[in-house]
Design a protein around this ligand. Structure first.
Ligand code: SAJ
Length: 474
């Protein structure tokens, strides 16, 4: 009678030594917090040209991550000082570990085809498979397509180790939910979804994550349910944004102010009443919302037990939401086109000042920025477009200026794409003087300026959702 995995775990005793694969913005804080609660943590990092430097840096007690991460620097210093953490490129040390977590990014090969690149993750999983022993727990933390843990990762681990998942080793998915700037706090305070390929793996994974949580709670489920939870939580945010964008189109068409309607809808309160109405905007960028819907959509077919029952010939609601959000840069272009036409101008040959390249206000993060498709539309139409951003200083193939006055000078149209703090202070008189146009066009993609102040100063204003102002007299 083969020994049950539960007995193997029991014989092995409580988790003492942990391996974390991938010393990135997910793996480093996770390893640091594990080192605080367990005996020993190995941080595994390939000694590659791009990231090999992290090994010596971490082993000298230094944090290789950029930007402010409260509590992380001290934590790394302490765990190295107390010899509770070692970063290494020697993956054979995985054989010392009771549990191994894998936090390797799954970026898209290119944003257009939306197929994730699992090659780095596969390398990591193969390395783990080579060195795990009976009674090890393996946990995937990367955002992955539903069905990946039980259909793909499990097979690779069995192939490399010659062991049987669920019999000789445990396997689970515990998706990371961290935000740059608050990595430690997120790991400790967010509830942690823990999904095993079986009950025993789930229990063992709860032993691993329980000690690092402060206010966060453990939420056990199956591995596939955990994969769906992570991708769906971002899909739902994308959906909520698309719903606000759709309503904004209707308000523009009906000549009413979306923001009045939003205030009205949001006022509906009371037990069991939820109206999470978000904000329309110039588009949805970033690393999460632009891809997780497609992970979910693809996952349905990978993890499918039976065909989905859904109206024939109708796009999924979630893909429709993605299409609406991806349409917003084109909507901004249409607003600008109409504004220029009212000034008797065409887009061709017009001088455009694009304000904001980052996808998120007051950050330098421009991954999948919606400003890029807008820029392409302007270039394709023969406009002369200049880009300003106070935070993003460079971007492949694009000149980004930090000199607002030079970007505004001579502009026929000013387009607000990102809600950076400094754009709230735009003064109509100064902008008009710099632009030199009698009726300069201004398009507000983030509802940050007061339409009346600019209209009174001679601007031709259009704003997302502002049907009440978009046809103002000039
Ligand atoms: N956006 C809108 N309208 C809104 C909210 C956002 O147009 O009402 C746009 C933003 O301008 C941005 C994009 O959507 O271009 C994404 O904004 P985001 O606030 O969702 O920021 P992200 O992409 O960094 O999302 C992350 C996600 N966190 C993780 O995956 C761990 C997401 O799940 C979080 O909900 C979000 O942060 C957050 O709440 O901060």
């Amino acid at each position: 009678m083969t020994q049950l995995l539960a007995d193997i775990f029991y014989e092995r005793g409580p988790i003492k030594t942990i391996g974390v694969i991938g010393m990135g913005y997910v793996g480093i804080p996770a390893a640091a917090l594990f080192a605080q609660s367990f005996n020993m943590v190995y941080g595994f990092q390939r000694d590659s040209t791009s990231s090999g430097y992290k090994i010596s840096l971490l082993n000298s007690g230094k944090n290789p991550l950029k930007g402010e991460e409260p509590g992380l620097d001290e934590l790394i210093h302490d765990i190295v000082l107390n010899k509770k953490f070692e970063c290494t490129s020697d993956f054979s040390k995985i054989s010392f570990c009771d549990a191994v977590t894998i936090a390797i990014q799954t970026p898209f090969l290119n944003p257009k085809d939306l197929i994730p690149d699992f090659s780095a993750l596969e390398d990591g999983i193969r390395q783990v498979g080579k060195f795990i022993t009976r009674g090890t727990l393996v946990v995937l933390e990367s955002t992955i397509t539903p069905g990946t843990t039980v259909n793909w990762a499990l097979k690779i681990l069995e192939e490399e180790s010659g062991l049987k998942a669920g019999k000789d080793f445990g396997l689970a998915h515990a998706p990371e939910r961290v935000m740059v700037g608050r990595l430690i706090q997120n790991i400790q305070e967010h509830d942690r979804i823990v999904g095993g390929i079986d009950e025993v793996s789930t229990q063992r994974a709860m032993e691993l994550y329980g000690p690092v949580l402060t206010s966060g709670k453990l939420i056990p489920m199956t591995a596939t349910a955990a994969e769906v939870t992570k991708t769906a939580e971002n899909t739902f945010r994308d959906l909520q944004i698309a719903a606000a964008n759709q309503l904004a189109f209707y308000c523009e068409a009906m000549g009413i102010n979306f923001y009045d309607v939003r205030t009205g809808i949001d006022s509906l309160k009371g037990d069991g009443i939820t109206r999470a109405i978000l904000w329309p905007g110039a588009g949805v960028g970033g690393h999460c919302l632009t891809k997780d819907t497609y992970h979910l959509e693809r996952g349905v077919h990978i993890a499918e037990h039976e065909p989905v029952d859904f109206p024939v010939g109708v796009d999924s609601l979630f893909v429709t939401a993605r299409n609406i959000n991806d349409f917003m840069p084109r909507h901004m272009f249409h607003l600008m086109e109409k504004g220029l036409a009212r000034a008797g101008k065409e887009v061709k040959g017009a001088k455009i000042a694009l304000l904001g390249w980052a996808f998120l206000a007051n950050t330098d993060d421009a991954r999948n920025t919606p400003a890029e498709p807008f820029l392409e539309l302007c270039k394709a139409s023969g406009a002369d477009i200049r880009v300003h951003d106070p935070w993003v200083t460079e971007w492949p193939g694009i000149d980004i200026s930090q000199d607002l006055e030079s970007v505004l000078s001579g502009a026929d149209a000013v387009i607000i794409f990102t809600g950076h703090r400094m754009y709230y202070q735009l003064d109509p008189h100064d902008v008009r003087k710099l632009s030199g146009s009698l009726h300069c066009v201004i398009i507000d993609g983030r509802n940050i300026i007061d339409p009346d102040v600019f209209i009174q100063d001679g601007f031709i204003y259009k704003g997302i959702g502002r049907g009440d102002k978009n046809s103002h007299p000039v």
